[in-house]
Design a protein around this ligand. Structure first.
Ligand code: PFF
Length: 462
């Protein structure tokens, strides 16, 4: 461990909340949450999602922050400090840092698409075009390897520039600039949505409770998304917690992060759907919604030129503050465990993530036929491994460790310092029983759904 320098801390509570909320608020809030809410029963789903955040997400978020704050180390070092190098629990740190690395490598490629769309929005590529032409732009982008590599490189350099600046002068400073800007842009789009002709339809799509559509699968979807959305299981929150002052109330800090994350996801829906309905389109999912439907909407709306720029800037800011938390989680490992300097550590992992991102950027063109898991290309395989398996496994281990293994008095003292004591009994119950059970259920269904077991068996010729 690098003991020469005192550990950096966040300069203020606001700085921490904005940095952690920056990690949580990402592409998932904008392109996934609104859509799954609309499809799975609107208000009924939103209600279930809020319960998942409160009963599973927030307790695990607090547990990750506690581990980081208690040990003042990166995610791998934290478990070494708690249980020793040879302990089984150290694999929790490894799994989460690996997940952070894998996710950063492709998150950066997707974030690169948002940069490309800022450029197109500024160049006015959407206006005066037929819907087919506007939709076709996305297909042209993912068919163009070099173009994606250029934006991927640029995005990674932006992350690198911020993380090299360090905890206070890089991450905290930029979160304090980017998050308020993001909020401001979102409020603009939200007001625009609420004033549009589709406001009523948008509100109905997202909020009218339709319990008939709320299936057990929707509940799982809500749980899985709550987990991804709060950046859990990926070393990011353990690392950010390691820079948190012991005076800080972990419950109220975590609550603020969860509220911002959820509030922004809800607002994103109310910014997007009203305008989609206003021009008579149907909402699509994921990348199709963001890179095809929305640009068509902007090409038809008055003021669409400016709105498009605002929207893609918003997406890029959301992606950037998430990506820096992923990079920091890895950089902290090299600094804390290997004694590397911040510059070298940041350059190393940003460079490596760039390299691993190359086949991702080529996954829909040059390497489209390269199938890794089943019929999945490189990009989809990485996403499957990281978000479906590593993330829930990492989160489950954190919940089990903090709920069952961590010596009671230490864990209680950790929560008490900073004054979150009154919530201890409730939190303890949730982290011991509710959270591990819920994450185990997600994991089981992911394994079944994606056929990993069948794939493993096929490898052995069974
Ligand atoms: N929470 C981000 C989102 O909702 O898009 C994704 C993410 C970022 C997950 C950072 C994990 C992480 F460490």
């Amino acid at each position: 461990m690098n003991s020469q320098q005192p550990r950096a801390l966040w300069a203020s509570r606001l700085g921490f909340v904005l940095a952690a909320a920056g990690s949580a608020v990402g592409l998932g809030n904008i392109w996934k949450f609104p859509y799954i809410a609309g499809l799975n029963g609107g208000g009924a789903f939103v209600l279930v999602y809020l319960l998942c955040i409160a009963l599973v997400g927030l307790p695990i978020l607090m547990a990750e922050l506690m581990i980081g704050r208690h040990t003042r180390r990166d995610a791998v070092g934290a478990f070494i400090a708690l249980e020793g190098r040879k302990s089984f629990w150290t694999c929790t740190g490894w799994i989460s840092v690996t997940a952070a690395f894998i996710i950063l490598s492709y998150y950066s490629v997707v974030a690169g698409w948002t940069l490309d769309y800022i450029y197109r929005a500024v160049a006015g590529s959407f206006s005066g075009q037929s819907p087919e032409a506007v939709e076709g732009l996305f297909g042209r982008l993912i068919a163009d390897g070099p173009r994606q590599l250029f934006w991927h490189l640029l995005f990674m350099l932006l992350c690198l520039a911020i993380v090299i600046g360090g905890v206070q002068k890089g991450i905290e400073r930029w979160s304090k600039i980017l998050m308020p800007l993001l909020l401001f842009l979102l409020v603009l789009l939200f007001v625009n949505g609420m004033l549009s002709d589709g406001a009523r339809e948008g509100l109905i799509f997202m909020f009218r409770p339709d319990f008939a559509r709320l299936t057990p699968a929707s509940v799982l979807e809500a749980l899985g998304h709550a987990f991804f959305s709060l950046s859990l299981g990926m070393a990011a929150m353990i690392t950010y917690g390691s820079y948190l002052s012991r005076e800080e109330n972990l419950f109220s800090a975590g609550l603020r992060v969860a509220l911002l994350d959820t509030g922004i996801a809800l607002m994103a829906g109310l910014a997007i759907f009203p305008i989609v309905f206003a021009v008579g389109l149907e909402p699509a999912a994921g990348p199709g919604l963001i890179f095809q439907t929305i640009p068509v909407v902007f090409s038809r709306l008055p003021g669409g030129y400016l709105l498009a720029i605002v929207f893609f800037l918003l997406l890029a800011f959301a992606a950037l503050t998430s990506a820096i938390s992923l990079l920091e989680a890895q950089v902290a490992y090299l600094i804390d465990e290997k004694g590397w300097g911040r510059k070298r550590a940041s350059g190393f992992f940003a460079g490596l993530a760039f390299l691993v991102g190359i086949p991702t950027a080529l996954s829909y063109n040059l390497l489209a036929d390269w199938q890794i898991i089943g019929s999945l290309n490189f990009f989809d395989s990485l996403d499957l491994i990281a978000s479906n398996y590593l993330l829930p496994v990492g989160g489950l281990l954190v919940a089990l460790y903090v709920g069952w293994m961590w010596k009671g008095s230490e864990e209680k003292a950790e929560l008490l310092s900073g004054g979150a004591g009154p919530v201890y009994p409730v939190w303890h119950f949730l982290i011991r029983y509710v959270a591990p059970l819920a994450v185990a259920v997600i994991l089981y269904f992911k394994l079944e759904e994606t056929g990993l077991v069948a794939w493993l068996l096929s490898l052995f010729g069974a």
